[in-house]
Write a protein that binds this ligand. Structure first.
Ligand SMILES: Cc1cc2nc3c(=O)[nH]c(=O)nc-3n(C[C@H](O)[C@H](O)[C@H](O)COP(=O)(O)OP(=O)(O)OC[C@H]3O[C@@H](n4cnc5c(N)ncnc54)[C@H](O)[C@@H]3O)c2cc1C
Length: 467
C-alpha cells in the first residue's frame, strides 16, 4: 500500500468497481478497498446473481411440471431436487465471476485492490485495515463512497430467532423450508417467495400495505398478485406483523387484524422489508458528509456535502439496483476525469426488471407518476394472449403498457408483465431514453415470432384508435 492516492474507492460492488477501473484506465492512481470475500458486492454474493441462479432451477422445475402439456411424457415422474448441487453450482458461478473481476482489476497498473476495511479519518485521509498485513493511514485527493446497503431488521419481538432469515442468510440455506412465511411484498420478497414456492416450499407472503410492489404500475402489480394466488402462494395484504414466537420445530408469525390477532405457523421466515445504506464505521463523523434519513446526501454530480468526497449506488438511496449503481459510478468517473462520458443517470430514464414469475419489466414513468406530473397521458396496450411467441411458450397471460404524452405522442414509460419481459426491458429503456414518438415505433420492423412485436402491436392499436 502506498501513502497517497488520487482516488480512494470504498466498496467493490457494481457501483465502486466499475468507477475504480474507469478512473485507473483514465490515468488516476486508485485504491479500491473491499471488505467482503471477493469482488462483486451484494449483487454478486447476496443479491442479483445468487437469487437468479436459484430462480433458474425453480423455472426448470416449473417447466418439467408442465411437460405433458408440451407433449413430453415422463412416465415415472421422479423429479428430485438436489439442493446441495444447486448451492454448489451457485458457489462456482460466484467464484468464477469474482475471480474474473479480480483478474481484470489486476491488469490495471494504476489500480490497487485491497481486501479489508476503509474508514475515513478526515476530509482527505483514511485508515485502511487490510485482512492481510498492517493497517496504514493514507491520503487521497478524492474519495468515492460505494459501501452499499444491508437488509432492514424487522422491529418486532422474535426477529432474532434462528428460523428468521434475511435475504443474505436465506441464500445460504441448507434445505428448502417446508413452510416459509415471507414478510414483505417488495421485489426481493416476491422474487424469493416464488422461487422457494417453485422449489417446493409452502409459501405465505405477508404485506403490510394494501398491495405488493408499491411504486410499480398498479394494474401490473395487481395482475402479478393474482398470478401468485393462482400459483398457490397465500397472500395476506394489510397485514402488519406484530410478533414472532418460537414453537417446537418452527415459529408462529402473529399479525394484526381489525378485530384482533391471527397467526401462521412457519418452519422458516424471510424478512424482506427493505434495505438501508452501510454507513456504520465509515468515519463520516470525521468529515462534513451529511446523512439525511440514513442516506448520504449528494448533489447532481454525486458529490457529498464534503467537497471531493462522492457517493454512488445503494448508499445514496433509491433506486437500489446494480445497473443504477454502475451507471452512477461510470458517470462519476467520467466527471472526475473531466472527459466526455455517460451522463449522470436520471430517475425518469431508469429501467428495471423484477424477476417474478412472470417477469415484470419497467422503464420510465408509470401511468400514475405521469398523471401526477400533470402530463396528458395516453396508454397504448398489448394483450399477450394474442401474441404468437407467448402462445408458443405456454405463457400468454400478460400485458404491455406504453405510456406516452398525448401532446407529442412521445414515449415516457413502458411496463410489461409477461414471461420473458426481462428481454423487453432493453428496448423499453431505449424507447424512453430516446423519447421516440409512437409513429416511429409503429414503422420499425420487429422479428416474428418474438415478444418484441408487442411494441409495434401496442402503438398501432393506439394510433388507429386516435385517427
Ligand atoms: C436478494 C437481492 C436480489 C437483487 N436482485 C437484483 C437484480 O436482479 N437486479 C439489480 O439490478 N439489483 C438487484 N439487487 C440490488 C443490488 O444488489 C444492489 O442495488 C447493488 O448491489 C448495489 O451496488 P453497490 O455497489 O451500491 O453496493 P454493494 O453491491 O452492496 O457493494 C458494496 C460493497 O462495499 C463493501 N463495503 C462496505 N463497507 C466497507 C468498508 N468500510 N470498507 C470496504 N468495503 C466496504 C461491501 O463489502 C460490499 O461488497 C438485489 C439485491 C438483493 C438483496
Amino acid at each position: 500500500m502506498e501513502k497517497q492516492y488520487d482516488v480512494l474507492v470504498i466498496g467493490g460492488g457494481p457501483g465502486g468497481t466499475p468507477a475504480a477501473m474507469a478512473l485507473a484506465q483514465g490515468g488516476k492512481r486508485v485504491l479500491l478497498v473491499e471488505a467482503g470475500e471477493g469482488l462483486g458486492g451484494t449483487c454478486l454474493f447476496e443479491g442479483c446473481i445468487p437469487s437468479k441462479i436459484f430462480r433458474e432451477t425453480a423455472r426448470r422445475l416449473r417447466d418439467i411440471a408442465r411437460a405433458e402439456e408440451f407433449g413430453i411424457h415422463l412416465p415415472h415422474q421422479l423429479v428430485q431436487l438436489d439442493w446441495r448441487k444447486v448451492q454448489a453450482r451457485k458457489r462456482a458461478i460466484l467464484q468464477r465471476r469474482s475471480a474474473a473481476a479480480i483478474h481484470k482489476a489486476g491488469r490495471l497498473s494504476n489500480l490497487e485492490l485491497l481486501f479489508g476495511r476503509a474508514r475515513l479519518t478526515g476530509s482527505r485521509t483514511a485508515l485502511i485495515e487490510p485482512f492481510k498485513g498492517d493497517s496504514a493511514e493514507i491520503t487521497f485527493s478524492q474519495c468515492i463512497l460505494a459501501s452499499g446497503s444491508r437488509p432492514n431488521i424487522l422491529p418486532v419481538h422474535g426477529a432474532d430467532l434462528p428460523q428468521v432469515y434475511s435475504s443474505d442468510r436465506i441464500l445460504e440455506i441448507g434445505c428448502i423450508p417446508e413452510r416459509l412465511v415471507v414478510i414483505g411484498g417488495g421485489p426481493i420478497g416476491i422474487e424469493l417467495a416464488q422461487i422457494f414456492h417453485a422449489l417446493g416450499a409452502d409459501v405465505t407472503v405477508m404485506q403490510r400495505g394494501p398491495r405488493i410492489l408499491a411504486g410499480v404500475d398498479e394494474e401490473l402489480a395487481l395482475a402479478l398478485q393474482q398470478h401468485l394466488i393462482n400459483q398457490g402462494i397465500k397472500l395476506y395484504v394489510n397485514c402488519p406483523v406484530r410478533n414472532i414466537c418460537h414453537s417446537g420445530q418452527g415459529v408462529f408469525v402473529q399479525y394484526d387484524l381489525d378485530d384482533g390477532c391471527e397467526q401462521v405457523f412457519a418452519t422458516a421466515v424471510l424478512t424482506a422489508i427493505g434495505r438501508h445504506p452501510n454507513l456504520d464505521d465509515l468515519g463520516l463523523e470525521r468529515t462534513a458528509v451529511n446523512v439525511d434519513r440514513h442516506m448520504i446526501e449528494v448533489d447532481k454530480t454525486l458529490q457529498t456535502t464534503e467537497p471531493g468526497i462522492y457517493a454512488v449506488g445503494d448508499v445514496v438511496g433509491q433506486p437500489m439496483f446494480a445497473h443504477w449503481a454502475t451507471a452512477q459510478g461510470l458517470a462519476l468517473a467520467a466527471h472526475l476525469l473531466d472527459r466526455a462520458g455517460p451522463p449522470f443517470p436520471q430517475p425518469q430514464h431508469n429501467s428495471a426488471v423484477i424477476f417474478s414469475m412472470p417477469e415484470l419489466a419497467m422503464a420510465g414513468l408509470t401511468e400514475a407518476q405521469a398523471v401526477s406530473a400533470g402530463i396528458d397521458v395516453g396508454v397504448a396496450r398489448y394483450d399477450f394472449s394474442r401474441d404468437a411467441r407467448a402462445q408458443i411458450s405456454g405463457h400468454d397471460n400478460g400485458l404491455l403498457k406504453i405510456i406516452y404524452d398525448k401532446l407529442d405522442r412521445r414515449v415516457i414509460g413502458v411496463h410489461a408483465l409477461v414471461d420473458g419481459a426481462a428481454d423487453l426491458a432493453g428496448e423499453a429503456a431505449l424507447l424512453v431514453r430516446a423519447g421516440l414518438p409512437l409513429e416511429v415505433i409503429a414503422n420499425v420492423i420487429h422479428p416474428h415470432p418474438t415478444l418484441t412485436e408487442s411494441f409495434v402491436g401496442a402503438v398501432r392499436t393506439a394510433l388507429a384508435a386516435n385517427r
